[in-house]
Write a protein that binds this ligand. Structure first.
Ligand code: NA7
Length: 540
């Protein structure tokens, strides 16, 4: 038996949860302030999203040269990307390179999951407990858990009894999975499902794809990079570092095509065709902002994409199952793809429509639909997504002032102050959390670095003034939630069901999880708050 206190492994100025894009940068920044920092990471290595999502075909939908850290021109230039949208192994190698070059690993305890974090008001400290029962005490607790890191792994009854192999895409094994000759079922055609399906289709014996809601898509253009392309993007370091923080989505491109109403139908079409040809998320995040708010523009751009999809799918039955009809283009995530639609024309690929004939359960042999049919498989792949934004935090027992718990509070309503703090939870900072512009509507590295920089500056300010506790006021949080909702409710995004609205998780309170005012606007608001001595954040 452990003696009392024998599991206490230290006192820190700051504890960071997660060693992905945000966690690594947060360690780096707080170390610069001379703080004693410790990070905990469930994985056995750094990388976060890019450690866990090692499923076949996983790759960037952000251009590699913008999915970057901007604190060091030398580091940016030291790493050379092999293509415009590289795959997961290369991205994971890059994050390991960052961790090594910045000597960050020594601050990280791997293979450790944080189970609870309780705030002690009298001591003004958080007690953080790991899965092994170890505890640490810390003044500041900073969650860098990622927005899409709580996988929906147990989606169906009977999964444990399946005789074959069953994987959620975000818990993919490190050892290669053998697909040759196998009967494979994939559930889900979000950004993840599409990458998996287009990658494994040529390899598997037979593939059945369970499709509930059709997806708009954009064909990816992914040229390989040689010395000339690498030199060209590297020479743009300063331009990119200055530009990305100010665009709508933290990408290089922005809504620079003029107002829809000012253009003729021919001019609009020309813009759409030109942007379509770019083979990036530009059509979604930087064509016409009206697609998010104006029903008619939304319908016209949606129809433009449907037309492109029809031309490739040809078969009316495939068109019926795979082309969206009842929600607008871009009102949830638009995946990039490569020959994804053509996969359904292969002899070894079949679609099972499960909108009106839903999946009921997993049986020992396969997947049973409501009509009683059992589809037999050797391998089942769950590309069923995540409890986004809030899930990573509600899976930890986080208790703030007066014993309040985040799980209970967010079970009723998900509220934050600028996605950076939560009222009632002093000295808890969050990155990639709800009500800030993260994954849904932002190039993640842009948003996460901005949040880490803001948090670091806030802590530096407090240390400078010998203040030890910071917490948003109830009023500041109410105002932020109201502002967030006002912007959200003026858009079409709130009308579409997806993880953006939390509607993919039964019982989750409905609210747009990402701030939709734009990355540049959000940054400006955060900066104004800081410049006004952290207005709305009480310090003592
Ligand atoms: P998503 O985008 O949440 O997609 C999940 C998919 O799984 C989606 O097609 C769902 O259909 C489908 N799904 C979930 N449950 C079921 C059931 N019960 N039956 C049939 N189909 C089901 O997750 P991803 O991992 O693809 O992407 C998440 C983000 O990661 C992405 O947006 C990028 O930012 C990176 P539905 O649409 O609910 O009908």
């Amino acid at each position: 038996m452990l003696r009392e206190n024998s599991s206490h492994i230290g006192n820190y100025d700051a504890v960071i949860i997660g060693a992905g894009v945000a966690g690594l940068y947060q360690i780096y920044r707080l170390r610069e302030l001379g703080m004693k920092v410790k990070a905990f990471e469930t994985g056995s290595q750094v990388g976060g999203t890019w450690y866990w999502n090692r499923y076949p075909g996983a790759r960037f939908d952000s251009e590699a040269y913008i999915y970057q850290y901007w604190f060091s021109e030398a580091l940016f230039k030291e790493w050379s990307w092999s293509e415009r949208f590289p795959g997961q192994p290369e991205i994971e190698r890059w994050l390991n390179f960052i961790a090594d070059r910045c000597d960050l690993r020594k601050h990280i305890q791997f293979k450790t999951t944080i189970k609870s974090a309780h705030y002690d008001e009298a001591a003004r400290l958080w007690t953080v407990t790991t899965n092994a029962g170890e505890t640490v005490k810390t003044q500041f607790l900073i969650t860098c858990c990622g927005m899409l890191s709580a996988p929906l792994e147990s989606s169906f009854p009977g999964q444990a009894d399946f005789k074959g192999q069953i994987f959620h895409t975000a818990r993919w094994p490190k050892e290669p999975v053998k697909f040759a000759g196998k009967r494979v079922g994939v559930i889900g055609i979000g950004a993840t499902g599409i990458q998996v399906i287009q990658t494994i289709a040529p390899e598997v014996g037979h593939l059945k794809v369970f499709v509930r809601t059709p997806q708009y898509i954009i064909p990816m253009k992914n040229p390989k990079y040689g010395p000339a392309e690498i030199a060209a993007y590297k020479s743009r370091f300063h331009y990119l570092a200055n530009r990305l923080p100010h665009t709508f989505s933290g990408f290089e491109y922005d809504f620079d095509n003029g107002a829809w109403a000012d253009l003729t139908p021919t001019q609009r079409r020309d813009v759409l065709e030109r942007i379509w040809e770019d083979g990036s998320l530009q059509l979604w995040l930087a064509s016409f902002s009206e697609i998010f708010s104006d029903e008619q523009v939304s319908e016209e751009v949606s129809e433009f994409v449907r037309e492109k999809m029809r031309a490739r799918l040809k078969d009316p039955k495939l068109c019926d199952l795979l082309i969206p009809k009842d929600y607008g283009f871009g009102t949830h995530r638009v995946p990039l793809e490569t020959n994804y639609l053509e996969v359904y024309q292969r002899d070894n690929v079949e679609i099972v429509g499960v909108k009106s004939n839903p999946i009921e359960r997993v049986t020992p042999d396969g997947i049973q639909t409501a009509d009683g049919q059992v589809h037999k498989f050797d391998i089942i792949i769950l590309a069923t997504g995540f409890d986004a934004g809030s899930g990573a935090l509600t899976r930890i027992d986080i208790r703030g002032r007066g014993g309040r718990t985040l799980k209970v509070e967010w079970g009723e309503e998900i509220r934050t102050t600028m996605g950076l703090q939560v009222y009632g939870y002093p000295n808890l900072f969050t990155t990639g959390a709800p009500l800030a512009p993260s994954a849904a509507l932002c190039n993640m590295t842009t948003c996460l670095q901005q949040q880490v920089d803001w948090i670091t500056a806030c802590i530096a300010y407090m240390r400078d003034k010998s203040l030890s506790v910071v917490e948003p006021t109830k009023l500041a949080q109410d105002e932020w939630v109201e502002h967030h909702d006002k912007l959200a409710n003026d858009t079409l995004v709130v009308k579409t069901d997806s993880w953006y609205m939390g509607s993919n998780v039964k019982g989750k309170p409905r609210r747009l999880l990402s701030y939709i005012g734009g990355v540049g606007t959000y940054r400006k608001k955060c900066d104004e708050v800081a410049q006004a001595g952290y207005r709305g954040f009480e310090m003592r």
